[in-house]
Design a protein around this ligand. Sequence first.
Ligand code: HEM
Length: 217
Amino acid sequence: MVMGAVASVIGILLISYYIKRESQRLGALYVILRMVSGKRYSVTRSEDEEQMIIAGATDTTRVTMIWALSLLLNNRHALKKVQDELHEQVGKDRLVNELDINKLVFTFKLDPRVWLDPLEFQPERFLSTHKSVDVKGQHFEFLPFGGGRRSCPGIPFGIQMTHLALTTFLHAFEITAPSNAQVNMTATFGLTNMKTTPLELLIKPILPHQLFFQDEA
Ligand code: HEM
């Protein structure tokens, strides 16, 4: 099925859905952010604070998903490993859920001075040579969420959302680039380093049709 779908749309839809669902509980979210990060966010709700959390949560997760999909498309062996693992661990009779994430070892164990072949997409390195590197700001060679006092307070939420959205998508669809062309990896400098050109995907559903229309439990 050719849809010419742009991954960002899927990312935004999933993230906006969760944010919307959680927005009534933003007051509680401040408390959680304070608890997990030890930072002083005001518990008094203000529009600025809501916008800061929504902006911090949406663009970052969307951009992470777009780059992950682009890298997987340009590295078909890694994409195959991710999808083989999903079909082995989750099967084809249901969708991915939060409890599957820890079983998806390949997918999420995921300058020459620090990294060997830094420009190569080698997610395997996080299972072998760089097994002990974590993303939460303690290992300075890899700081996707920053570090120190102003590091990201949404790390658990960001990781969970990215895991769930990416695996749900890759489990349910076969993805290819139009004409099997290489994905253009040029980045635009900004607050988040967005891909310069939109990511175009051809997606083909691979799970039973009824799973795409099931009601939420
Ligand atoms: C993959 C997803 C995410 C990535 C890569 C990411 C990355 C970052 C980075 C690099 C910073 C700056 C840290 C620094 O200055 O050292 C930051 C800050 C922040 N992030 Fe995230 N983030 C993500 C998801 C989220 C989520 C889901 C939320 C909220 C639920 C969130 C809320 C925030 C806030 C409020 C700040 C400002 C912190 C402060 O200055 O005190 N982020 N994030």
